[in-house]
Ligand binder design. Structure first.
Ligand SMILES: [Zn+2]
Length: 83
């Protein structure tokens, strides 16, 4: 099993603003990196507002859950129930 870890980073690319997950412990200043969801994205130092306003990339989120052995459906049910 591969458990190299991941980190989240807000990315604005082509008008699409989302928090994507990337492999590694933390962002080390790469200009471009491949997200967990397979998109190659330009990276930049995010502002505090980016963290607050960007939505999480559904695909990255789902893939990480599956890797962790968690069913995304189970989490969805929990989230909607918790309101
Ligand atoms: Zn993504």
């Amino acid at each position: 099993m591969v458990t190299s870890g991941h980190f989240w980073l807000p990315v604005a690319a082509d008008g699409a603003r989302a928090r994507h997950a990337f492999r590694g412990r933390r962002w080390e200043g790469e200009r471009v990196s491949e997200a967990v969801c397979g998109q190659t994205l330009p990276l930049a130092q995010p502002s505090e507002m980016d963290w607050i306003t960007f939505k999480t990339c559904d695909e990255c989120w789902r893939l990480l859950l599956v890797e962790a052995g968690i069913s995304p459906e189970a989490v969805n049910a929990y989230v909607s129930e918790g309101g």
